[in-house]
Design a protein around this ligand. Structure first.
Ligand code: MIC
Ligand code: SF4
Length: 642
């Protein structure tokens, strides 16, 4: 790449192993670090095992346990044991359950400016807060990266988000990313990297930058990145990691494909109204709305800075009688700091329920609100039903708005009675005792036997794409179908390591009969097709949203548009991601319609154009595939293609 370069291209070009950004639509990059969490990790490691590689080949790979921590029944504990033994065997660092949430922990202890990080979780871009190119992907892509393979991204366009000024008291990083979401929404950003730059950047500490980068996932971008500057240097020094620091600033005159300026001093407290993180309204406009529940934490807002700010709001006061407040900190480090400075006592005394330092409420695995509740939450997604209560109205807010509202049980403006800013700590207390196998990282321990309880089922493999297939529309869904609709989490999360069992719940919130319909069609030799509207597969990186449909005989998705991670997961599991050449053709297909897929293999081999006959006439579909993607699809998925 030619200078002057922005931060994103500095890191990408130093990791480029395949493709030329000026001509190729797809690039391969070398991955330095990987992370997995337990809910996606079991599949990632099962797939890694089946690749026959002896040990991980990355600079560092970390296996976190933070999602499936409730342990009602044997399933979660089975998964933990499996993950621990795999980590030991293959040279992965294992973060024991109870250590904290993967993104917060990785930022604290491993994130290195200038490196690449690939994680089996869509909020992996949190690492952008420390100057990493950190990307979320499906588990099998992480397995490939752990085995030393490249990761492929569409050659990105980079948008500069130019920050100037300084946030007012009571306004914080969450409001900034909500302002970005207000401008760009949750769709139409596929293929972009958002790079934060400008004089306002230095006014934001690393946890605040991480909050912004984290929720970039909701924009649907490839990732978000901040420069690595003096603020980063101070953060790493305070974590005892000065050796990991390197300065990465944009070159003077760096070129961007687009830019947008935000004057931080003008940002208002904002909230995302039900049921989309892109549905932004001002807190002012909602002031006085009765609230039933307030949940604080998640990988977006669970740093010491965030929870200490909440404690300062609640100090010497009590939460309103008719509101329940739950707080989940991001890590043991955060909890230890809050214990030491008295914040924990302030929060307990104020009547907050202190939860485990895990994903919990964010994924509907704890404290689901009551029927029809208004729940204010500091996490990043408010998809319908994700809280575990379909009728609940979840609003995403900053910790400041959450805390101010907890006191009255109504939506309050945090700028009216702001608390003092929490200064960036000079020294964080470091305790790495729950990171196991650090000394054998990259080497592994010979003779380790992998522990496989009954919850660990073998991973299914796809079959090569046949020609002359007859298909049927197994389901027709609308716009913005998230991976939570396709493959629900919450109470179903414990089946992540058991595909035949988990597959029973595909599309449970949309059509509980989907599983039976698909198996019946499969029994008749028909291929299942999913028909969808805009932004199909928004949200998480869970490859189960492709793997379980593959298991049920789904061979193609016809959508108006498909989100980045989900599209990659579909290809990885041999499901062809088509878009309608004319979006109005969506109305020509209904559930149960016969669809001839006779030319699908030829379309994948050729230019990606497929004409299908439906009862309402011909429909033209398109898919734009790289040679690598064609090979995977024709083979029946990534695992089958190796
Ligand atoms: C999420 O926030 O939706 C999750 C749960 O963390 C997912 C991962 C998963 O489904 O296991 C994600 O963000 O990728
Ligand atoms: Fe966990 Fe929620 Fe973050 Fe996903 S978004 S990693 S469920 S805290």
């Amino acid at each position: 790449m030619e200078k002057p370069l922005c931060v994103a291209w500095k890191i990408l070009s130093s990791h480029l192993v395949e493709g030329d950004p000026s001509v190729d639509p797809e690039l391969g990059i070398r991955i330095d670090q990987t992370l997995t969490q337990d809910a996606t990790g079991t599949m990632a490691y099962l797939q890694f095992e089946s690749m026959g590689v002896k040990r991980v080949k990355t600079e560092i790979s970390v296996s976190y346990v933070d999602h499936n921590t409730v342990q009602i029944g044997f399933e979660n504990a089975d998964d933990h044991d499996f993950l621990q033994s795999v980590a030991k065997k293959y040279g992965v660092v294992y973060s024991k359950c109870g250590n904290g949430i993967c993104h917060q922990l990785h930022l604290e202890r491993f994130g290195r400016p200038g490196s690449t990080l690939l994680g089996s979780d869509s909020h992996t871009p949190t690492g952008g807060g420390i100057g990493q190119i950190a990307i979320g992907a499906g588990g099998i892509d992480i397995a490939v990266a752990m085995a030393g393979g490249a990761f492929h991204i569409p050659a990105p366009k980079v948008r500069a988000i130019v920050l100037k000024g300084k946030l007012r008291r009571g306004v914080s990083a969450k409001d900034v990313i909500l302002a970005v979401l207000a401008k760009y929404g949750t769709k139409g950003n596929v293929g972009w990297i958002f790079e934060y730059t400008g004089p306002g950047v230095k006014t934001l500490d690393v946890p605040s930058r991480a909050t912004i980068a984290n929720m970039g996932a909701e924009l649907g971008v490839t990732t978000s990145v901040f420069p690595s500057d003096n603020v980063t240097k101070q953060f790493l020094a305070a974590q005892g990691r000065s050796k990991d620091f390197s300065e990465i600033l944009p070159d003077r005159g760096a070129k961007y494909d687009d830019s947008f300026e935000i004057d931080l001093s003008k940002v208002e407290p904002l909230m995302a109204a039900p049921h989309s993180p892109g549905n932004i309204v001002s807190v002012k406009s909602m002031k006085g709305t009765k609230v039933n529940q307030i949940m604080i934490g998640s990988c977006t807002n669970s740093s010491y800075r965030d929870i200490r700010t909440v404690a300062l709001h609640l100090r010497g006061k009590h939460v309103a009688d008719d509101v329940e407040v739950g707080i989940a900190c991001g890590s043991r480090q955060v909890i230890n700091m809050l214990a030491k400075d008295g914040s924990l006592a302030m929060l307990h005394s104020a009547g907050c329920r202190m939860l485990e330092n895990a994903c919990g409420f964010c994924i509907g695995a704890h404290m689901s609100p009551r029927t029809g509740a208004v729940s204010l939450r500091t996490n990043n997604r408010n998809f319908e039903g994700r809280s575990g209560t379909k009728s609940a109205k979840v609003y995403l807010v900053s910790p400041e708005t959450a805390a101010a509202s907890a006191l009255t049980g109504k939506v309050e403006l945090p700028t009216e009675k702001p608390v003092a800013a929490v200064p960036a700590p000079k020294k964080f207390p470091v305790d790495d005792s729950m990171f196991l196998y650090r000394s054998t990282a990259g080497k592994g321990v010979k003779g380790t036997v992998i522990v496989r309880g009954p919850n660990i089922a073998p991973v299914p493999k796809g079959v090569p794409l046949a020609s002359g297939i007859k298909g049927v529309c197994a389901i027709k869904v609308g716009d913005k179908i998230t991976t939570d609709h396709i493959m629900p989490a919450g109470a179903r999360l414990k089946f992540r390591s058991n595909i035949p069992e988990y597959a029973k719940y595909v599309f449970e919130p949309c059509d509980p009969k989907f599983h039976d319909t698909c198996l019946a069609n499969k029994g008749k030799g028909l291929a299942n097709v999913i028909v969808a509207g805009e932004s199909y597969g928004q949200g998480s990186s869970r490859e189960h949203a492709a793997l379980c449909p593959m298991y049920l005989g789904v061979k193609a998705v016809f959508a108006k548009s498909i989100e980045r991670i989900h599209r990659a997961n579909l290809i990885n599991f041999g499901i062809v991601p088509f878009v309608f050449a004319d979006p109005s053709d969506y109305s020509k297909i209904d559930a149960g319609d016969a669809i001839s897929l006779a030319g699908m293999r030829a379309a994948v081999e050729g230019d990606g154009r497929l004409a299908v006959k439906t009862p309402k006439g011909e429909v033209i579909l398109e898919t734009s595939l790289s040679a690598r993607e064609k090979h995977i699809l024709l083979s029946g998925g990534l695992l089958a293609s190796l």
